[in-house]
Write a protein that binds this ligand. Structure first.
Ligand code: SF4
Ligand code: SF4
Length: 300
């Protein structure tokens, strides 16, 4: 089976225990305002364009077999209807102003990639983490890779938004040692506003995983103006503490580092003007969550 990924990050230390390889799968049903991996949203392979890197040399225009590119003022415009995402223009661009995001890979090839760093996993208590996008969107491929990883004795983790069917979750659960489960907002209406989806199924899935005895770490992105107020923080604290089976919470403070990626994809970044939370406020939020009996770490 083949899947579509957009990155393989080796020597990751924030995506579960020890030294890990994190595999980013393409495609996500949510559209969180603060998403820092917008290249993971669309399930298809894409070609990006960073105008600030482009010197308008025209090489990509000459190379395009579809005649899909043309000079338009101070940038090179692409005709989406003509473009077949062949990647030739990206191959041609030595400044990386054009880049292909995503590639297909089969489970065997991915396993071979992951196994390259096996000795680091063994020495550090690490393993492999599947992230995205939402990895469960490609759950059949994910199950095949997870099963292969477990057959080789690797520790496996999934970073998930939790938006999946119960069957999909149970399929992957059998082969997953740790779930890094995003908990963004407890208020359903606010969740809909800022992510595009209700959180009812997400919270049911979280409850289900904990009830089944799965190992779960809650990951809370701290987003200014979205969930950094006392009421939202206490809602998260109460909900997680009430589940009983979750102790560890990872706080992931917002940063605006993804702005250039949005630009390259031709997407608007709704948090472009947001600023990082002051350290003092993050410390207060940590304190509040600890008051609910949770163990709080900053970062992954
Ligand atoms: S090849 Fe690269 S630098 Fe040259 S025009 Fe195309 S995108 Fe710009
Ligand atoms: S991806 Fe291929 S078809 Fe699309 S603009 Fe680039 S060279 Fe042309």
């Amino acid at each position: 089976m083949r899947g579509t990924i957009f990155n393989i990050m080796r020597f990751a230390v924030n995506d579960g225990p020890g030294i890990r390889t994190t595999v980013f799968l393409k495609g996500c049903p949510l559209s969180c305002w603060w998403c820092h991996n917008p290249e993971g949203l669309n399930p298809d392979i894409q070609v990006t364009y960073r105008a600030e890197r482009c010197i308008l040399c025209g090489s990509c225009i000459d190379r395009c077999p579809q005649h899909a590119l043309q000079l338009d003022g101070t940038m090179i415009k692409r005709d989406d209807l003509r473009c077949l995402i062949c990647g030739s223009c990206a191959d041609e661009c030595y400044l990386d102003a054009r880049q292909v995001v995503g590639r297909e890979i089969d489970a065997e090839e991915l396993l071979a990639e992951v196994l390259k760093d096996r000795k680091f996993y063994d020495e550090s208590g690490g393993g492999v983490t599947f992230s995205g996008g939402e990895p469960l969107l490609q759950h059949e491929f994910l199950v095949e890779v997870l099963e292969a990883c477990k057959a080789h004795g690797l520790h496996t983790a999934i970073e998930t938004s939790g938006l999946a069917t119960r069957e999909q979750l149970d399929d992957v659960r059998r082969w997953t040692d740790l779930f890094l489960f995003d908990v963004k907002l407890i208020d359903e209406e606010r969740h809909k506003t800022f992510t595009g989806w209700s959180n009812v199924r997400i919270l049911e899935n979280l409850n289900h995983l904990v009830s089944c005895g799965a190992s779960v770490v809650a990951r809370v992105p701290l987003i200014p103006g979205v969930n950094d107020d006392d009421a939202s923080v206490n809602d998260v604290g109460r909900t997680l503490a009430g589940l009983g089976g979750i102790r560890d919470v990872h706080l992931l403070p917002f940063h605006a580092g993804a702005a250039a990626k949005y630009q390259g994809l031709g997407m608007s970044f709704r948090m472009a003007d947001a600023r990082a939370l002051p350290q003092q406020r993050i410390a207060e939020i940590e304190h509040t969550l600890r008051s609910h009996g949770l163990t709080v770490h900053r970062g992954g």
